[in-house]
Design a binder for this molecule. Structure first.
Ligand code: PEP
Ligand code: MN
Length: 337
């Protein structure tokens, strides 16, 4: 349920409504917009309480939200959520590009990519220190050493760092190094992990699960927001379909749908969606045309030598051509890169 307060309502009236709600055992999430204050109410509500609230001073209307997600919904917050990381805004006018290798392999590899993607205009460096690999025998990541290399690359380049956290016991460690915590596709419904990342004051990039519907995905975002962290970024990274030529199927329709249903920033990862470097560039262009707020792209100095996801990694040189394309397409969408 959402309680929309009248424009110019007094603090006293807002407090009276909040007192009434908490007295009924309900939890309130307050959203103060430029124009209006909105109270998002979660919990078991009775019909009469809902009706009576409208009679309180300062209440404009009470809306029952039919979708299972509340705080992530556009009804709760009409304005887009814009997340500030360093000097960059995610979900604002500027398209944000996060680029780097699948895995942090060595200090040299990471610093080289970081310098290159920075030169081409990226503001964020991606790289996994904890890798969710299908095979237990595959490279699992450099762990804390990898995080330290990421922090060093940030020092040297000024890029902000995004990296994946897979384990509730490691969230604090990862949060000490990262600017954005990434929840991977395989952990989208790891509910204890979603609650744990909500405890830290860091934005969370939530990837779509391999077999998840849009509603399940927004519900996962709802877990993070309702646990206290409203800084959630959604990342479409392809879903499993009957098609096998590409690694996954990039569901670009999710971009406008999410923009309609939620106020959260939406970014697209064409690398994991397609799995083949050749098709990353056209789908990066399409993502921006579909209204994405940013891109997550795997870039490796020598894709043939990559320990992880080489076939879908593009070279720094090609990454430069992707950025050049985006600079042409973004203005058509009223945006910049
Ligand atoms: C990644 O970003 O390297 C990754 C493992 O992605 P996903 O969780 O989407 O498979
Ligand atoms: Mn990868």
């Amino acid at each position: 349920m959402i309680v929309v307060m009248q424009k110019g309502v007094s603090e006293k009236d807002i407090q009276a409504v909040k007192d009434r709600l908490t007295a009924n055992g309900l939890i309130i999430h307050e959203s103060r917009g430029i124009e209006k204050t909105i109270l998002g109410v979660v919990g078991d509500k009775t019909h009469s309480l809902l009706q009576n609230l409208e009679t309180l001073p300062g209440v404009e209307k009470v809306i029952s939200i039919l979708s299972p997600y509340k705080l992530a919904s556009r009804e709760f917050q009409a304005e887009d959520t814009v997340i500030k990381v360093g000097d960059s805004l995610i979900g604002g006018q500027e398209i944000q590009v996060m680029a780097g290798p699948c895995a942090v392999e060595s200090k040299e590899q990471l610093l080289l990519v970081a310098e290159e993607v920075k030169k081409q205009g990226a503001r964020f460096l991606r790289g996994g220190a904890f890798k969710p690999r299908t095979s237990p025998y595959a490279f699992q990541g450099l762990e804390e050493q990898g995080l330290a290399f990421l922090a060093e690359a940030r020092e040297k380049t000024g890029l902000s760092v995004i990296t994946e956290v897979m384990d509730t016991r490691k969230v604090e460690m990862v949060a000490n190094y990262a600017d954005i915590l990434q929840i991977g596709a395989r952990n989208m419904q790891n509910f204890p992990l979603l609650k744990e990342v909500a405890k830290f004051d860091k934005p969370v990039l939530l990837k779509r699960g391999l077999n998840s519907t849009i509603e399940e995905w927004i519900m996962a975002a709802e877990y993070i927001i309702s646990s206290g962290n409203p800084q959630v970024i959604l990342c479409e990274r392809g879903i499993r379909t009957f098609e096998t030529y590409t690694r996954n199927t990039l569901d670009l329709s999710a971009v406008p749908v999410l923009k309609h249903l939620t106020h959260l920033p939406v970014i697209v990862d064409p690398s994991h969606a397609i799995g083949k470097w050749r098709f990353v560039q056209p789908m990066a262009r399409a993502a921006v045309a579909a209204g994405a707020d940013g891109l997550l792209i795997e870039v490796h100095p020598e894709p043939s030598q990559a320990v992880c996801d080489g076939p879908q990694s593009i070279t720094p040189e090609r990454f430069g051509t992707v950025m050049a394309d985006l600079r042409k397409i973004a203005p058509v969408m009223g945006r910049s890169v």
